[in-house]
Design a binder for this molecule. Structure first.
Ligand code: ATP
Ligand code: MG
Length: 784
């Protein structure tokens, strides 16, 4: 078999070869993007088999996502054939499920336990919190769920949290109580949530040395990819499996039973918000004192131009060892920059460019990926791709009009236009939760059927429905009143006023804003995008009614026939990527989803300060460093051609926002970029580092700022009158430094600076809520 083993080393560079052949002590491979880390892991596994150093059942390979696991299995199968199918190559979660089911009986678990997803978990947290009489406005179930998950990732169980929580902090007290009840209910239900899968495996190994010993003997080789994204529980699991134990005599660590190989890049750590701890990689040499570390620096993926850009950006991060990627491939094409007047123009450029490359460069749409920071940004890009007929696929997210929050909002609007629309009516009947349960819904449905009237009419006569509890009846009456109030706004004030009234008065937006779940944050952004869509429609169609708008949306949403990827799981993402490749369609995805992938052509879009880096990172250097790593991930996905685009004006929350260029664009050496259009203020925004200037969200004229306690249930007329005033102005207001002004949502302020001229004039204004940068052409501003 020596010949087969030697063959596996062909084409590897010396460092890669060393990593593949290394034997004995724990091995850390740290290397930048595209340097062959995943390739080395696959070759190492094949080499171990070929050399007879391991039987295929003695290897445990762990990766971060199902997609990565499937890809690694594929690569190994290509090297060693069918045995790859029987090997343990999987994610942390699926390895743990396998171990837990296998060991259940011996540790007193039931092996047919159910696995609760995030929605199930939330339902249970809500139930437990309700049972404890906690005020859901003060302590949202989402925030409690989030905290419990974080605790589990830190291996803090309900007992130890009860002992260590700070009881003078009401939130911690609430969490401690819910955590206890939640854990108990989970046991009764014979269920585990995702975080449990890891934590319970660790606890089991610690409590049952015999079980732990079995796996330590069995897995003689443990290999972990994307180690930089492991959280504490996963870190502990790896240590348990490789069998780091302490000498009972003097506490010294004993040599692990298994050979451990971990692979990662601290510059690509982008999951801190899920508890990933980059220290796991930085401190590997401390954790495993006899470890061998191998660095890979040659990149096989990208051109030197792309690598130089990525190196320059990531080198701005503090506290990182300097490492520079290089390639033997040559410089390749320059990076192309483009500044659109607005997001539609930016999208149009992208579509034209893809078209041009198809003609001139023989490129297929499947070679192209378009990345953005937040899901909401896909809408303007999708629209133009649809219009020009370029097939595309949104990976790891749902198409804009199929997203839950967008469907919910549109369902309300459809009901306002047609109260007989029973499907949409029932969709929103208890969305957000308002105490109309299934039983009440069925009672009303039965009444409506018996009396041969519409469901809405049934709701209006709910007092006649037999067996309806008073509480449910009150909830139904409240809902009917809400719909009537909203319908009045829709009749009197048009589509955008109706939408904003819906989001505000139903409490839908307030509920999302109170949540600390990142997914809810993205839902808020999507709704902001929908407001922008409606306002744009009103501008283009001054006579258009709400009904006309809805009709147009139905047509747009219907026009795309390629099925979309459901939100969520890695397996689905993987399937979607494979399908996109097979169909030869353009791939759209967020930067987070792009990790580990590569494409010949990459567009990095929305490169604007406040978008990317995200607004959230304005005041937190740690968050900014994480955003910069995300930029590094994005830049290094490109193999041949890289585009960096942004727009000068972007509509957010129905207001046109002037966004300066992302600081990351400024961090790319200018000689690497060829600008096809530079924008009025040049490719880079001269105003400099204006992050925090245009705070799009917290200062919103909707009043319900992030984390604010405005429940969103204002007076029925409020949103209609307030939002009605925010319209683009025809004349650019002329102002000078020191002028006093009034803004419809920020109140009174003073002009601090004026930059640019004509339509592009930007004023920096000091308001009570903070400093804002406003594009005067659009800002609802008057002199006082
Ligand atoms: P990431 O950090 O993005 O996960 P990575 O370090 O895991 O990247 P790989 O995906 O393993 O990198 O490799 C990047 C590309 O370079 C792949 O297409 C791979 O096949 C190729 N590659 C790696 N090493 C070599 C080599 N020695 N010879 C030829 N191609 C290589
Ligand atoms: Mg990789």
């Amino acid at each position: 078999d020596d010949a087969r083993a030697r063959e596996l080393l062909v084409g590897l560079n010396p460092q890669q070869e060393e990593a593949v052949r290394h034997s004995g002590s724990p091995l850390l491979i740290v290397a930048g993007a595209g340097s062959g880390k995943t390739r080395v892991l696959s070759h190492r596994i094949a080499y171990l088999l070929a050399m007879g150093r391991a039987h295929h059942g003695e290897i445990l390979a762990i990766t971060f996502t199902n997609k990565a696991a499937a890809e690694m299995r594929e690569r190994i199968e290509a090297l060693v054939g069918d045995v790859a199918k029987r090997m343990w190559i999987s994610t942390f979660h699926s390895s743990c499920v396998r171990i837990l089911r296998r060991e259940a009986a011996s540790v007193g678990l039931n092996s047919n336990f159910s696995i609760y997803d995030s929605a199930d978990t939330l339902r249970l947290v809500t139930l437990v919190a309700k049972g404890l009489d906690l005020d859901p406005k003060r302590f949202t179930p989402k925030s409690i769920q989030h905290k419990i998950s974080a605790l589990k990732n830190e291996l803090i169980d309900e007992e130890s949290y009860a002992g260590s929580a700070n009881y003078s902090d009401p939130f911690e007290q609430a969490v401690a109580e819910v955590y206890k009840g939640y854990a108990q209910r989970m046991r009764q239900a014979n269920a585990m949530d995702f975080d449990d899968l890891i934590a319970q495996t660790v606890y089991m190994f610690r409590a049952f040395p015999g079980v732990a010993d079995y796996y330590r003997r069995r897995f003689r080789h443990v290999l972990v990819d994307e180690y930089q994204d492991t959280n504490h529980a996963q870190y502990a699991l790896v240590r348990e499996i490789v069998g780091i134990t302490q000498d009972p005599a003097d506490g010294a660590e004993l040599i692990p039973n298994a050979e451990l190989t971990v692979v990662g890049d601290s510059d690509q750590s982008i999951y801190a918000f899920r508890g990933a701890d980059v220290r796991n990689i930085v401190e590997f040499e401390n954790d495993y004192p006899n470890a061998r570390t191998i660095l890979l620096e040659q990149n096989y993926r990208s051109t030197q131009t792309i690598l130089s850009a990525a190196n320059a950006v990531i080198s701005r991060n503090p506290d990182r060892p300097d490492k520079k990627l290089w390639t033997a491939e040559g410089d390749g094409e320059p990076i192309v920059g483009y500044v659109g007047e607005n997001e539609h123009e930016e999208a149009r450029f992208i579509a034209e460019e893809i078209d041009r490359l198809q003609d001139e460069d023989d490129l297929r749409p499947g070679d192209v990926a378009i990345f953005y920071r937040t899901n909401a940004q896909s809408r303007s890009i999708e629209e133009i791709l649809m219009r020009v007929g370029l097939p595309y696929k949104v990976v790891g997210g749902t198409r804009f009009y199929e997203r839950k929050e967008i469907k919910d909002a549109l369902a309300y609007l459809r009901v306002l236009v047609n109260q007989d629309d029973v499907v949409n009516l029932r969709r929103i009947l208890n969305e957000p939760k308002r105490g109309i349960g299934d039983r009440a819904e069925y009672a009303v449905a039965a009444l409506a059927e018996r009396e041969r009237m519409s469901f809405m009419a049934g709701l209006r006569r709910a007092d006649e429905a037999p067996g309806l509890a008073t509480r449910s009846l009150n909830a139904v009456n409240g809902f009917v009143k809400l719909i009537d109030d909203l319908a009045e706004v829709a009749d009197g004030s048009g589509a955008s006023a109706a939408l904003e009234a819906v989001l505000e008065q139903t409490g839908y937006l307030a509920q999302l804003r109170l949540s600390s779940d990142p997914q809810d944050e993205s839902r808020v952004e999507n709704l902001a995008e929908l407001v922008a869509v409606v306002r744009e429609y009103e501008q283009d169609n001054p006579d258009g009614t709400l009904g006309d708008f809805l009709e147009q949306v139905s047509l747009v949403a219907d026009a795309d026939q390629i099925p979309s990827a459901p939100e969520g799981s890695a397996a689905e993402v993987e399937q979607a990527v494979a399908e996109a490749k097979r169909l030869g369609v353009v791939t759209l995805m967020t930067l987070h989803t792009a990790k580990g992938l590569e494409f010949p052509v990459v567009f990095l879009t929305g490169m604007e300060q406040g978008i990317f880096p995200h607004q959230r990172s304005a005041t937190d250097p740690k968050e900014l460093a994480e955003e910069r790593r995300l930029a590094y991930v994005g830049l290094t996905r490109a193999r041949k051609r890289l585009y960096i685009t942004r727009s000068e004006v972007r509509s957010m929350w129905g207001q046109s926002q002037y966004n300066p260029a992302s600081q990351f664009v400024g961090e790319v050496p200018s000689e690497l970029i060829t600008w096809k259009r530079e924008g009025a203020s040049g490719p880079m925004w001269a105003g400099g580092g204006a992050i925090g200037g245009g705070n799009k969200f917290s200062g919103s004229y909707w009043g319900a700022g992030a984390g604010g306690d405005d429940s969103g249930r204002g007076l029925p007329t409020r949103s209609a009158t307030v939002v009605g005033r925010v319209q683009p102005q025809k004349e650019v207001l002329s102002v000078a430094v020191g002028d006093k002004v009034n803004h419809t949502s920020f109140g009174n302020g003073t002009i601090l600076a004026v930059e640019g001229a004509g339509d592009k004039t930007v004023a920096k204004v000091s308001f009570d809520v903070g400093e804002k940068r406003l594009l005067l052409r659009y800002a609802p501003l008057t002199k006082t």
